[in-house]
Design a protein around this ligand. Structure first.
Ligand SMILES: C[S@@+](CC[C@H](N)C(=O)[O-])C[C@H]1O[C@@H](n2cnc3c(N)ncnc32)[C@H](O)[C@@H]1O
Length: 295
């Protein structure tokens, strides 16, 4: 069990792709999308989460419209899928990499008993939104319960001490990382021996698919996302010293219902590209994956 609170470190050395540890130098598109644009507020997402969702727990969806409540539930369930890979972790410490507005951190506290929880995000606006949304749970603040802290910093250069966390998880953030090997090394550094990693997001299935995807999906072409290849990414986890790396495709419970939800959004009628994720999945170019590993 871990109770040590991480400290935000001094600005790191210059020359790293993410700049100083406490003030990441974000790729321009990432800075815009999670800054002024505030991706959580667009119709594709709901409830403050920003992920495609895991829909297997919603029962039989055929023959009925998908509601906003379904969409929120799918996004929460993606967190439940990831956090459910940790067992026997009540009262253990956790770090979320790419926490967005921090709703998954609150869910980890509330439903899984992880405590304390640190949410790390590279965008200052996301950290500000997360702190504003969870005042009651914040460590150190007036009325804060001390169980939750939000830290500004890159997952590729974590401003956190070594061997601090029992669990590290991440939901739909790795696609933004320019240096996944740096993330893997940082994960191995901040986890305690025996600590567990669980993460989920979408990856290219092969190197050839990674070359093809920017022609199909604008977020790859405009620099928001990077088409990391699943086997290569799993290899970086192992190369960083993490063991028992497991990869599970979960796209069957992601892409089709997400596409149905998108098809219902009138705001997206003139904007068909978001529906190309299902096309890319069906063409065998990309999939959504759950990865686990042990330090
Ligand atoms: C798609 S959102 C997912 C947010 C949240 N996990 C969820 O599911 O609602 C990706 C998040 O990763 C953050 N991010 C992007 N690059 C990052 C990096 N290098 N290190 C940490 N966070 C990063 C973004 O600021 C954004 O909040």
């Amino acid at each position: 069990m871990a109770q040590q609170q991480p400290q935000t470190g001094p600005a790191g050395a210059t020359g790293h792709p993410d700049g100083p540890a406490s003030a990441p130098d974000l790729p321009p598109r990432v800075a815009t999308v999670y800054g002024a644009y505030d991706l959580a507020t667009v119709p594709a997402f709901a409830g403050g989460f920003i992920n495609f969702g895991y829909w297997a727990g919603l029962g039989d969806l055929t023959g009925r419209p998908l509601t906003e409540a379904d969409r929120v539930r799918s996004e929460q369930d993606l967190y439940r899928l990831v956090l459910g890979t940790f067992d026997g972790v009540r009262g253990h410490s956790a770090l979320e990499a790419g926490c967005g507005r921090g709703l998954g951190c609150a869910l980890a506290l509330r439903e899984f008993g992880l405590d304390p929880v640190i949410g790390l995000d590279a965008h200052p606006d996301q950290i500000a939104r997360a702190r504003a949304a969870h005042v009651q749970l914040l460590a150190g603040g007036a009325g804060g319960s001390g169980r939750l802290t939000f830290v500004l910093g890159s997952a590729q250069r974590m401003p956190l001490p070594r061997e601090t966390f029992d669990c590290l998880y991440s939901v739909e953030a790795v696609q933004h990382f320019r240096a996944p090997a740096a993330f893997a090394r940082e994960a191995a550094r901040v986890l305690r021996p025996g600590g567990r990693l669980a993460l989920t997001t979408f990856f290219a299935r092969t190197p050839a698919a990674a070359r093809e995807l920017p022609g199909l999906l604008p977020p790859y072409a405009d620099g928001l996302d990077v088409p990391h290849v699943i086997d290569e990414f799993a290899g970086t986890l192992a190369a960083a010293g993490l063991r028992d790396v497991m990869v599970r495709p979960i796209g069957e419970a992601v892409w089709e219902p997400y596409d149905r939800y998108m098809a219902q959004q009138p705001e997206l009628a003139d904007d068909e590209w978001p529906r190309r994720y299902l096309t890319a999945y069906q063409a065998g170019l990309l999939d959504y994956y759950l990865l686990t590993a042990v330090r």
